[in-house]
Design a protein around this ligand. Structure first.
Ligand code: SF4
Length: 325
């Protein structure tokens, strides 16, 4: 994801925007349009639904805390065996580090304020800053060879440049939050839902929804992106008591977006998906139930593809359907 350099503090007029930036302003932010009101008891009702649905599995967790991320939910709903195969296998790489660098570049761009810096310069500043951190991406940066460093700079600069081209400069009065963490403790802290949104804009007023949440993506749209954003909408609702009025995926390679207006039904569906996913996670991780497998678009990069019949089944399915994924 990426935000905008110092242009965030400049006056924006219609003539300064690219047509895609203007489209983002008109279609995503829906300037001047009425915002929805939500019942004041919506968040407590959602929390009750979640905790009722998880009460028995929370008891089975004992004193342990189960941390659940959007990635966990996406994988366990897609293919249980994929989820189990991916546990503990994360490794830093230029592509894995790209998101951290881009987010930091955006934070810097919003913080510097006075001078407009080119995307490549922002990326360099971001990498320098992240290298000083104590863990996470800093370790990768410390050991990356020159080729990996170059790949990281190129990939991050590409994303920052596209963001600047496509998204309107962020105004401080929009209250932009970059890589903003959201969490919800459920069942007396035994289940922790956690997420991090690329960009949140706006502020609720009373029970009027006035927040827009955007996730920036590369590649093509997939249904999991919609589920991720609904999960964020649920966490934001539990946090502040009012949902975002809209969530959207923004595809940087095409300059297209997939927005979805948030409704109570959408949040209830998101809560049901969380309950189903967490129950499955507990069965797999705590109770050691055997994982099922399901051929899917993740088969191509699944750590278990060499030993799983699902990978072959997916290849056959692709061939039948003429898919190129
Ligand atoms: S290869 Fe496909 S079906 Fe098999 S575990 Fe991986 S994602 Fe699931």
């Amino acid at each position: 994801m990426l935000l905008h350099p110092l242009r965030s503090l400049r006056t924006v007029t219609a003539t300064t925007l690219t047509p895609t930036q203007q489209r983002a302003l008109d279609e995503l932010m829906a300037k001047g349009q009425d915002r929805p009101e939500f019942p004041v008891d919506l968040a407590p009702r959602l929390r009750d639904r979640l905790e009722e649905g998880l009460a028995d599995v929370a008891d089975r967790l004992g004193d342990g805390e189960l941390v659940v991320t959007k990635r966990d939910l996406a994988q366990v709903h897609q293919c249980e065996r994929l989820f189990m195969a991916g546990l503990g296998t994360f490794e830093w790489s230029p592509m894995a580090a790209r998101g951290s660098v881009v987010h930091k570049a955006l934070e810097i761009s919003m913080g510097i304020g006075a001078v407009e810096l080119p995307p490549g310069h922002l990326v360099d500043l971001a990498i320098d800053r992240l290298a000083e951190a104590e863990r996470g991406v800093a370790e990768f940066l410390a050991h990356a060879d020159p080729v990996e460093q170059a790949e990281l700079r190129i990939a991050a600069t590409d994303m920052v440049s596209k963001f600047v081209d496509e998204f309107p400069p962020l105004k401080t009065r929009w209250r932009p939050r970059v890589e903003s963490s959201l969490s919800a403790h459920l069942c007396e802290g035994r289940v922790l839902l956690r997420g991090k949104v690329d960009l949140a804009l706006g502020q609720p007023v009373g029970t009027t929804a006035r927040v827009l949440i955007v996730d920036f993506k590369t590649g093509r749209p997939v249904s999991a992106h919609t589920d991720d954003l609904r999960f964020y909408a649920l966490l934001e609702t539990l946090r502040v008591g009012v949902p975002p009025f809209r969530v959207a995926s923004w595809y940087l390679d095409s300059g297209q977006s997939h927005p979805e207006d948030v409704t109570e039904e959408l949040l209830l569906a998101a809560a049901r998906r969380v309950v189903d996913g967490v129950r499955t996670l507990v069965e797999l991780r705590v109770e050691k139930r055997s994982a099922t497998w399901r051929p899917c678009s993740s088969c191509g990069f699944c750590p278990d593809r060499g030993q799983c019949d699902g990978a072959l089944a997916w290849e056959e399915l692709r061939a039948q359907r003429g898919l190129d994924v």
